[in-house]
Design a protein around this ligand. Structure first.
Ligand SMILES: Nc1ncnc2c1ncn2[C@@H]1O[C@H](COP(=O)(O)OP(=O)(O)OP(=O)(O)O)[C@@H](O)[C@H]1O
Ligand SMILES: [Mg+2]
Length: 306
């Protein structure tokens, strides 16, 4: 049985005349890592700020633990940990003091786990916050969040300042949370991170969710790239349903590259088999391909709707 932890329906937010969120609908289930991706300015942080009760929605509904995020913000925050992308620390506190302060705000205590995290993230907790780099400031917030016992963890681009080693430690701890049945909402620009960790993904563009689902489901919506060499004429493949961007190799006979709609892959493969496959390379779309598909069509769709 799954349990809905975050539920957002037709959420809207405008700043004056500017509509930052037009129509956001998605949910996060217990024990799930949900990846929230989209280009700069798409509305990820605005959605998260509404969830945190920092901004009041202009329309639609947003609930966490079945409670309204605005009116029940205080109650919700007892079971929530949050790490922003831009971590602000009090300059005169040391990193260690800052971690303890953040823990106290969340009614948590400095524990053995906190010490282990400080060690693992290689943070010097004795230095004043003002001397920390962006990555070190993020580490302070991440250590506080990971040593907090919450049911929902919200990370808004938490790793933009971390080096690959630290990024790996971050991923390890997120996966550990998931194994404990906790829920994670992770907004990120690092698509490999999302691809590796997230059970489901929501793509946001210009204030609207354009796609949600598992990576596998999203792959169904797109195309597989194929490079093939056959014994007999490959050119008729270009006419098959679902084949796009057919390009014959100039230097090798009966060799071509094209993309196939996932739904048509089977039919195209059996046609190719009849032509005698000499070599075949098939590449499923990566999350980056999927993302770029929506990203690139942004301008084109804009023209259609205006
Ligand atoms: N307080 C505000 N007043 C006016 N406009 C705002 C405000 N906050 C955000 N916006 C606008 O709302 C849009 C969405 O911003 P948001 O910060 O949610 O994007 P984002 O998806 O988090 O982008 P990024 O990937 O760069 O962090 C942007 O066009 C931004 O300029
Ligand atoms: Mg943002």
């Amino acid at each position: 049985m799954t349990q809905t932890v975050v539920s957002i329906e037709h959420l809207q937010k405008h700043f004056g005349k500017f509509q930052a969120l037009k129509d956001i609908t998605f949910d996060v289930q217990a024990g799930e890592v949900f990846g929230f991706i989209g280009p700069n300015g798409a509305g990820k942080s605005t959605t998260i700020r509404v969830l945190l009760g920092i901004l009041k929605a202009s329309g639609g509904t947003a609930q966490i633990f079945n409670q309204d995020v605005w009116s029940k913000a205080v109650t919700i925050h007892n079971r929530l940990a949050y790490v922003p992308g831009d971590v602000y620390l009090w300059p005169n506190l040391t990193g260690g003091e800052m971690i303890d302060f953040l823990l106290k705000l969340n009614h948590q205590k400095h524990s053995a786990k906190t010490d282990a995290l400080i060690k693992e993230f290689e943070l010097d907790p004795k230095k004043k916050s003002r001397t920390y780099s962006k990555g070190n400031r993020q580490k302070v917030a991440l250590i506080a969040a990971f040593s907090t016992d919450a049911d929902l963890y919200i990370f808004d681009e938490p790793t933009s300042g971390l080096d690959p080693l630290m990024e790996e430690i971050f991923q390890k701890h997120v996966l550990a949370l998931k194994q404990q049945g906790k829920s994670v909402l992770l907004s990120s620009h690092i698509l490999s991170e999302v691809e590796r960790m997230c059970d489901r993904i929501g793509i946001i563009r210009a204030g609207e969710i354009v796609e949600t689902g598992t990576l596998e489901e999203m792959r169904q919506l797109t195309r597989t790239q194929i490079t093939v060499e056959t014994q007999v004429d490959v050119a008729p493949i270009a006419q098959l349903a679902g084949v796009h961007g057919f390009t014959a190799d100039q230097s090798v006979d009966n060799k071509a590259t094209f993309a196939v709609d996932t739904a048509q892959v089977g039919a195209v493969m059996s046609d190719l088999a009849q032509r005698g496959i000499v070599t075949l390379q098939s590449t499923p779309p990566t999350l980056e391909d999927l993302f770029m598909r929506y990203y690139n069509s942004e301008g084109a769709e804009g023209h259609d709707t205006k």
